[in-house]
Design a protein around this ligand. Structure first.
Ligand SMILES: C[S@@+](CC[C@H](N)C(=O)[O-])C[C@H]1O[C@@H](n2cnc3c(N)ncnc32)[C@H](O)[C@@H]1O
Length: 278
């Protein structure tokens, strides 16, 4: 059994399975940890730090994390179960899921509805159309809110309540990092060379902007670490390779077979790296 709490989001590209390796590379005695591309929050919630700043660009995900932090565990579980009852998800199957999906609007910030949707969507995908509607497909009878998933949610929320947390929603570039030597900025950006839903908006310009931002932090004396893949499915990230030469590069071997169904060789291993400036 893992000593880390599993996030309830089943986030594609989430770092849960890599935590042991990752934390070995983190600096010791972190004051504030900035989890700048927070996603499912597997890193920040499990890291050792006096305070954690979670940032995420997707408002429903950041909003849900913040709501969970400010809400008693059992209350949120009851709210999610009430949504499932209201839309008859237990018996209604796909039709009920699609009806519930049609009722979801990002601007309503209905976090229990969002969580209920995720818990029944295909691969628990977080996916929106351009009008802000949730558009992940139905996950089938095997992807439902089972007792084990509720337990995962409970354990995650209990852990969440035990940390000192600030939630931000926006782009990494706007995260206000304080120049304190014992602070640490962790980045787990969308990967330029792999395929997954939230990667589609991440382009060369974002990649360059991130490395420029990290260089700026470095010049200010702030410690940072960034996860990424150098090589995946025959593709190579030359921008990362070039930029990382001036820093320390730790290599991990991760198999992301789940996150890339179109991969030619499903057993090929990605070359996962952690680049840091200390
Ligand atoms: C690889 S995932 C992070 C996974 C996370 N570390 C975990 O373990 O669950 C990358 C995240 O960055 C978010 N993102 C994309 N562009 C962003 C930006 N410009 N600023 C902040 N977050 C962004 C995506 O929505 C996605 O949730």
């Amino acid at each position: 059994m893992s000593k880390y709490v599993r996030p309830p989001f089943n986030y594609t590209g989430g770092k849960f399975k890599l935590l042991e390796d990752l934390f070995r590379c983190f600096p010791k005695n972190i004051n504030t940890l900035y989890d700048v591309f927070g996603g499912g929050f597997s890193v920040g919630v499990n890291a050792e730090a006096l305070k954690v700043v979670y940032n995420e660009q997707l408002a429903p995900v950041a909003g849900c994390i913040e709501y969970m932090y400010n809400t008693p565990t059992q209350q949120f579980i009851d709210e999610v179960l009430a949504v499932c009852d209201r839309y008859n998800l237990k018996d209604g199957g796909e039709a009920s899921y699609l009806y519930m999906r049609s009722k979801y609007r990002v601007e309503d910030a209905d976090h229990a509805l969002f969580f209920a949707l995720l818990s029944h969507s295909f691969n628990s995908l977080v996916r929106f159309n351009s009008e802000g509607g949730f558009n992940a497909h139905y996950g089938g009878v095997h992807n439902t809110l089972r007792a084990s998933r509720i337990e995962t949610l409970r354990t995650f929320m209990d852990k969440l309540h035990s940390i000192k947390l600030q939630v931000l929603c926006g782009s990494f570039i706007d995260v206000p990092v304080a120049d304190v030597e014992s602070n640490f900025v962790y980045c787990d950006p969308p990967y330029l060379i792999t395929k997954c839903d939230y990667n589609s908006g991440w382009r060369f310009a974002n990649e360059y902007a991130l490395y420029h931002w990290l260089d700026t932090l470095n010049n200010r004396g702030v410690k940072f670490g960034v996860s990424n893949v150098l090589r995946s499915s025959g593709r190579y990230n030359h921008i990362l390779a070039e930029w990382s030469r001036k820093y320390q590069v730790h290599k991990f071997n991760m198999n992301y077979t789940n996150s890339s169904p179109v991969r030619k060789n499903r057993h090929e291993r990605d070359e996962e790296v952690f680049v840091c400036n200390y």
